[in-house]
Ligand binder design. Structure first.
Ligand code: UDX
Length: 462
């Protein structure tokens, strides 16, 4: 039993079963004394976390091992595309320090967030080697009982227990530990951090969880206090559930195509049921990104490693893989053969407002089309040089350049600038006006009126 499950802490209430407890909003202090915070890993999550915590008045030292990244940050350059991050970083630069030195970071901080990568390994398990390297470094530099490690990275359930054992083995048993998973959506990460649906804090010793909870007090967010394994599981279960919703609506879309129904209307009708809710019911060419595919696979693997076959998640993953390829058959239906045809891919990033290409559906689609002998021309407002990602894909500088002379166009990522294109003018430049809307972002009737052979995902009924 963990300390978090065992008893009560001053100023906070626990559920009778001792497991989940939600801190009373009203009891949360409106303001807290600024904390000295360290962040290990100035990647996407680390940077957003550090900058947002600095914006709440804390002193933040971000440490990364990449010299180029650290000097870019010192110059005020933001190495990732995330709306609002550059401004927030500039506004609070006096509270932000960037360093290569872990020693320096430890001197300057009491609460240390770990935000290193936990990429999937070949087996589908999460790779914890970077987390373990951090522990080795902490041993070498001498972290002490003043420090509380806070796991922000998504890690398999059981990692906290393992880290605690590793700390003890290294003579660092007095270093505190808490789990505080991130729920940041790329493109809306600042808002997600500063106005979260919930903050989850798991601890072994309540005083460590209290220190982490206090950081979020200015946000007046709902805080779920629990054990470390439960906090770790909340993150995986949330992402797996959202991914399940997407694969579910994608399968409904595929059935809609068979029976002549329109998935957009079906999703709207379903979403009005408050038990279901309207979010994450947009059918399309599948989910991608750095979190969903990795976390769903890791949870499936975690279950498998403990002897449980997670059947539902196995299907969620398979449905998503097949969904990315369905557009190829739609194109074949209209073009007969894809060999030698010119196909424009509009949007490449795994979703709008990001330059992230990790697990993007466009990668699978482009590679499949290239394998069919298709000439693929791609445009994305932020991602350039698609040929570096899938060999042979041609780079277009605009929607117009991508579509000119094309036998078909596929809307892959629903960037506003692409959705709001002059579709009437584009149609005139195409060889054949076949338009596959992989995100159901366009109005089918309007596109057909403009003379397109339009096909969405699951929208045959309209
Ligand atoms: C996600 C989670 O939302 C976030 O809480 C977690 O911490 C990290 O993973 P993110 O990867 O930024 O965030 O992407 P999100 O906006 O959630 O979208 C994920 C993918 O699902 C995208 O490819 C998107 O296009 C797709 N999607 C989303 C759908 O296909 N249909 C939907 O209805 C919603």
């Amino acid at each position: 039993m963990s300390a978090a499950d065992a008893g009560t802490t001053a100023g906070a209430s626990r559920h009778a079963n001792g497991e989940l407890r939600e801190a009373d909003r009203a009891a949360a202090p409106a303001e807290t004394t600024p904390a000295r915070i360290g962040v290990i890993g100035a990647g996407y999550v680390g940077l957003v976390t550090g900058v947002c915590l600095a914006s709440l008045g804390n002193q933040v030292t971000l440490r990364d091992i990449d010299e180029g990244k650290v000097s870019a940050l010192e110059r005020g350059d933001v190495p990732i595309y995330e709306p609002g991050l550059d401004t927030l970083m500039a506004d609070h630069r006096e509270r932000l320090t960037y360093t290569l030195s872990l020693d320096h970071m430890l001197e300057q901080s009491d609460i240390v967030f770990i935000a290193v990568d936990t990429p999937p390994t070949y087996s589908g398990d999460a790779d914890l080697s970077r987390v373990m390297t951090v522990l080795d470094e902490l041993e070498a530099t001498g972290a002490d009982d003043r420090h509380i490690l806070v796991m922000k990275s998504t890690v398999p359930v059981g990692t906290g227990e393992r880290v605690r054992a590793e700390l003890e083995a290294r003579g660092l048993g007095k270093v505190g530990y808490a789990s505080n998973p991130e729920f940041l959506k790329e493109g809306a990460a600042i808002e997600d951090f500063l106005a979260p649906d919930r903050v989850v804090v798991g601890d072994f010793e309540p005083q460590h969880g209290d220190a982490v909870e206090a950081l979020y007090a200015p946000l007046e967010a709902r805080v779920v206090r629990t054990s470390v394994p439960s906090a770790e599981m909340v993150k995986y279960a949330s992402n797996a559930f959202l991914a399940t919703k997407i694969s579910f609506i994608n399968e409904i879309a595929n059935v809609c195509e068979e029976v002549g129904a329109d998935v957009a209307v079906v999703a709207e009708g379903m979403g009005l049921d408050r038990r279901i809710g309207p979010a994450f019911l947009r059918a399309g060419v599948g989910f991608g990104g750095s979190c969903f595919p990795k976390d769903v696979t890791a949870l499936k693997q975690l279950a498998g490693n403990s002897g449980y076959h997670f059947q539902l998640l196995t299907s969620v993953i398979e449905v998503n893989e097949l969904q990315k390829r369905r557009v190829v058959n739609k194109l074949k239906k209209h073009l007969d053969t894809l060999e030698g045809r010119r196909v424009a891919l509009l949007g490449l990033a795994f979703k709008p407002e990001t330059d992230d290409m990790r697990e993007a559906s466009s990668l699978v689609l482009a590679a499949r089309l290239m394998a069919e002998g298709t000439r693929v021309v791609a445009y994305d407002p932020v991602v350039t040089h698609p040929g570096d990602l899938v060999h042979g894909v041609l780079d277009a500088e605009s929607v117009e350049a991508a579509v000119a002379g094309a036998d078909a166009a596929v809307l892959v990522t629903e960037w506003t600038s692409i959705v709001e294109s002059d579709w009437a003018a584009l149609r005139e430049t195409m060889s054949t006006p076949i338009l596959i809307d992989g995100r159901n972002a366009l109005d089918p009737a309007q596109m057909r009126d403009l003379g397109y052979v339009y096909e969405g995902i699951g929208r045959n009924g309209r």
